[in-house]
Design a protein. Sequence first.
Length: 180
Amino acid sequence: MAAMRFPAYWLDRPVAGASAERKALALARLEMFQAGVVMRSYRGLRVLLMSGKCSGDDLAQLLDLHRRTLNRRLREAGTTFQAVLDDVRFEVARQQLLYTDQCMDDVAASLGYSAVAPFMRSFRRWSGTTPGHWRRRATHHNGPPTSLLDGKPAEAQAWKAPRSYLVDPIPLRDRLWPAA
């Protein structure tokens, strides 16, 4: 371990060549980075789901953050890892149900569920209906139901769709780590 000792009054001395503009720019970039952790988490989880992973540790590693730092930043942004994971899973599930003919076993597995039953319970919690009923309604109306939440339980009505993060032509590197 290395250390450097110096008198505390040195901290009060101005830094030669320091620029208030550069400091403001650096602080703004830091704030933008911290605010972007939620969006990066949505995108990162989408990528991880495609590779069969969806744990908080996997996401933290993908974002080059410690797991506790990821949790803290998500909490500061007013959400949690589980809430982001649920949003991503719900969006991907609806896409798979609407645009593919995959069986429920395959949809559940692609979302990281160990079996169909937990997926069915989660989907019912998110939408107020079963995945099969949702799919039939969506295909019968030639598109997703316009009002998924009509007459649904309060917890389903409280769900808010995340910003669009799923279909993005930007390369993965630029999506996860946008240039300033």
